[in-house]
Design a protein around this ligand. Sequence first.
Ligand SMILES: [Zn+2]
Ligand SMILES: [Zn+2]
Length: 95
Amino acid sequence: MTCAYCSFLGPRRALHAHLASAHANEVRTGHDEASGKMFFALACPRCGQTIEKRVKPRWKDPGFLEEYSREIRLVAFDLLLYHLEAHEPRPEDSG
Ligand SMILES: [Zn+2]
Ligand SMILES: [Zn+2]
């Protein structure tokens, strides 16, 4: 698979690790002021669709987003990979 952000090429697992380390700042995290619930979001670099998900309710510790930001990114990029896999294959992905 080809990285959607740069020219990195590798198997899914390697790409997942690459995304989490090289493109971590693509994932936005925050919390909804009204409900207090936390979420992460990232935009698909190909179609612009926002992939957004609330984190688990048990994760209510205020320090959660800092402490678990790496785990959040891994989950977020896993969702992005699933999303990208659902796109129509493009010629440059065949390698
Ligand atoms: Zn990349
Ligand atoms: Zn997309």
